[in-house]
Ligand binder design. Structure first.
Ligand code: PLP
Length: 223
């Protein structure tokens, strides 16, 4: 028999060093599947699509920490900022302006990561390292007072060349350390490096990931 959810979950957990956050990627999973993992004690879940998150969120326990890991459109910020514990996919100053506006209206800070484009594919969203540096600088100078910049997120190239994947993760890790020290005192909360999925976990962990986003290895193949 194929391993069940509890066994797959335990396997993934067991592969993570202490201190690394596991986000269970629940896109295209039912509310029942999410609840089953919640029943096992898991609390961090990741969704890619604003509509899907908005639909599931009210049907699930309020103690879930929702990670928005997809591409956030400005028009969706007003729906996502109130729900999300951490928004991983910030890829521009204009989007941060919108997040700032929504967080200010709520009267509480929004936690975000800057998504950096590290893959070879053109299709993956994200800032160049230079752009990320620029946005981090604007943030440090106070442009978005209701935004808490927590770190960086990246997706490696979808390839079987794992040396390539490792190089991309190491590059992101290096950029994270660089920005953190450049931010000085403001960099103390810049502690999150979101990288690694089912197919490239060991490479991401070896490069210093602090948060992994895992779907398939926990829930099984998606339709
Ligand atoms: C789907 C997705 C994941 C999880 O991918 P798996 O291969 O199922 O582990 C992680 N991060 C992002 C941004 C995703 O879109």
């Amino acid at each position: 028999m194929a391993p069940g959810l509890a066994e797959r979950y335990a396997r993934v957990r067991g592969a993570l060093p202490p201190g690394v956050t596991l986000v269970a990627v629940s896109k295209k999973r039912t509310v029942e599947e999410i609840r089953a993992l919640h029943d096992l004690g898991h609390r961090d879940f990741g969704e890619n699509y604003a509509q899907e998150l908005r639909a599931k969120h009210p049907a699930l326990p309020p103690d879930i920490r929702w990670h928005f890991i997809g591409h956030l459109q400005r028009s969706n910020a007003r729906h996502i900022v109130p729900i999300a514990h951490l928004i991983h996919g910030i890829d521009g100053a204009e989007l941060l302006d919108e997040v700032e506006k929504r967080a200010a209206a709520l009267g509480r800070p929004a936690q975000v990561l800057l998504q950096v484009h590290i893959a070879r594919e053109e299709t993956k969203h994200g800032l160049s390292p230079a752009e990320a540096q620029e946005v981090a600088g604007l943030w440090a100078r106070g442009r978005w007072p209701h935004v808490r910049l927590r770190g960086l997120m990246g997706m490696a190239t979808n390839t079987t060349d794992m040396d390539q994947v490792s190089r991309e993760f190491e590059g992101l890790s290096h950029l994270h350390a660089e920005l953190r020290s450049a931010l000085g005192e403001a960099g103390s909360g810049f502690d999150t490096l979101s990288m690694g999925m089912s197919g490239d976990l060991p490479q991401a962990l070896a490069a210093g990931s602090t948060l992994v986003r895992v779907g398939t290895a926990i829930f099984g193949e998606r339709d």
